[in-house]
Design a protein around this ligand. Structure first.
Ligand SMILES: [Zn+2]
Length: 557
């Protein structure tokens, strides 16, 4: 520092202190009610014209910590730009670590916000929720739940706040952050390839460490016009345990939806967009791929809710809708805690039993189809009209005439083509990137201690086509080929991934060559799928062992 500047800085600091003291004294002498002493989020203190910056979030959390003994903060990772990502742990008693919960009946619920940092309501709402639970006369939910909150998951994306971002969204007028993280990655496409420190932190420090029964991921919509301020989706991938999907679709989400309306006066509908904007004939959610975090959680045998607040509702309504939806979720989890615990324990048990001795009826789906649910849904929308556009295609705009669309909800994904679910996989290339990714997910990987010759199924690619366009930094592969059965010798040191483990669905999804979101798609195997000295493509270096077989092996970590 330049020594000549010191007096100026000292003066500035003194002036700042005087100003702060004056305003603090003012606040005290004004006789604030107990409620007004609570820390306010930036959304609240700005009268819903602004959203919190990273520093605002940290100081809000510190203030809560100074006021309550029932919150602690862990770091779930460091963003590419070097920001520690805070994870709030709220409980009564406050667990010092997940080990404290081993014989505890409480259910862990994890709320994640700001994964797309232009979609900011969850950040404000989750902080308000933490405050209002901790500072309540009688803290709600905590007899049954331990609540984890990541209010600013995409901390890097949050900081370049500008009114130029997400201009279609109605407020906050002072602007919001950007979608991507400091690596230019969309974190809600990183569920399988796990290339960001944020998602690596989520899996390692939250999912594998605290094992939440439910993940809630807060977003804002981009699409269709409707009046309901809150929309939601559940886990959708049919390669997960279908009892969890059925439970969320048929019981949990309808009850949470009803609570939001009846108790808090906000409307919600299942998330989607009109299949055909010009002539709405159906309502459809996003795809079932586990690159989306909520679908990924389903593959892990846990529950997940995607919240999508309606982008054209005003900012205050969006924050409040999100806030009360979180309350509705926590109320449901408190009241149905035993059921949730039993359901996911049973899903784990079934997964492990299947892997010990897969039956012919046990399959892995490599191609889906989708159909409508039994019940149509009502979207409170508006009549739409075609707008002239200079983009070469017509755009739609809403009129002022309200209209209810009763449409089929096409969100039941089911098997179109399946293959037998194997006992395990042999990985014959010692690739650190592949093995580390499996381990980072929490998958158990073993190594043969003795060579063995076995009948296995191999996959022989006939065609590999990388996508023309880059997507998340990848030319994603699509692959065609055929399966062959034959004997093969596996030397000592060959990696083995058995399916008698809790994360078997994730392991299969990553390793099956034809899975639509596995490691082949995301280029992890590219170098092993190049022809050498011939035109023929080499076999895929992962072999499927179908029958239970004793193997001499040890776990690696
Ligand atoms: Zn989003």
């Amino acid at each position: 520092m330049n020594a000549k500047k010191t007096p100026i800085i000292t003066l500035a600091v003194v002036l700042l202190c005087i100003t702060l003291t004056l305003s603090f004294t003012e606040a005290l002498t004004e006789g604030t009610s107990p409620e007004e002493k609570h820390p306010l989020t930036v959304a609240e203190s700005s009268d819903y014209t602004a959203t919190s910056r990273y520093a605002d979030v940290l100081s809000f959390i510190r203030e809560l910590q100074s006021m309550s003994a029932y919150i602690k903060v862990e770091t779930m990772g460091t963003s590419p730009e070097g920001r520690d990502i805070p994870l709030l742990i709220i409980g009564d008693p406050l667990p010092s670590s997940p080990q404290d919960l081993h014989y505890d009946r409480r259910t862990v619920v994890y709320i994640q916000a700001n994964i797309h940092a232009g979609e900011v309501e969850g950040k404000e709402a989750s902080l308000m929720l933490a405050r209002d639970i901790l500072l309540a006369e009688k803290m709600p939910y905590l007899d049954d739940l331990v609540i984890l909150i990541s209010p600013i998951f995409n901390a890097d994306g949050n900081e370049p706040i500008s009114p130029e971002n997400r201009r279609n969204q109605v407020g906050p007028e002072q602007g919001v952050g950007v979608r991507y993280n400091g690596q230019n990655l969309d974190l809600n496409r990183d569920g399988m390839k796990m290339e960001s420190p944020e998602v690596q932190g989520l899996v390692e420090k939250v999912l594998n460490r605290w094992d939440p029964s439910l993940l809630v991921d807060c977003h804002t919509t981009n699409g269709s016009y409707h009046q309901q301020p809150v929309t939601y989706a559940w886990i959708l991938n049919p390669n997960g345990d279908n009892s969890l999907i059925d439970y969320m679709r048929d019981k949990m989400m309808p009850e949470i939806d009803a609570t939001l309306e009846q108790k808090y006066g906000y409307l919600s509908i299942p998330y989607g967009n009109f299949r055909n904007f010009k002539d709405p004939d159906a309502w459809m959610p996003s795809g079932p791929e586990p690159r989306y975090i909520t679908n990924y959680i389903g593959l892990r045998n846990r529950l997940a809710i995607l919240i999508e607040n309606y982008a054209y509702a005003d900012y205050k309504t969006r924050v409040e809708g999100n806030y009360y939806f979180l309350h509705s979720i926590l109320e449901y989890c408190s009241a149905n805690q035993d059921k949730i615990n039993t359901l996911i324990a049973e899903a784990d048990r079934k997964t492990i039993l299947r892997g010990l001795d897969p039956a012919p009826s046990d399959t892995f789906i490599i191609e889906y189809d989708v159909r409508a649910l039994d019940e149509p849904i009502s979207i409170l929308g508006w009549e739409m009209e075609v707008m002239e556009s200079d983009r070469g295609y017509p755009r739609m705009r809403k009129t002022d005439i309200e209209k209810t669309y009763v449409l089929p909800y096409i969100s039941d994904f089911f098997a179109k083509r399946s293959i037998p679910f194997p006992y395990g996989y042999f990985l014959t290339v010692p690739d650190k990137n592949i093995i580390n990714t499996l381990l980072q997910h929490g998958i158990v990987v073993e190594k043969l201690l003795e060579p063995i010759t076995l009948e296995v199924e191999s996959f022989h690619p006939t065609e590999i086509t990388p996508s023309d366009r880059l997507y998340q930094g990848h030319h994603m592969n699509s692959i065609k080929g055929e399966y062959k059965t034959g004997e093969k010798e596996f030397p000592s040191g060959t990696y083995f991934i058995g399916t008698a483990q809790r994360l078997a669905n994730v392991a299969a999804y990553l390793l099956e060559p034809e899975s639509g979101d596995g490691l082949v798609v995301w280029n992890f195997f590219d170098r092993y799928l190049v022809p050498q000295w011939s035109r023929e493509l080499p076999p895929y270096p992962v072999y499927r062992l179908l029958k239970p077989t004793p193997l001499v092996k040890e776990i690696i970590n």
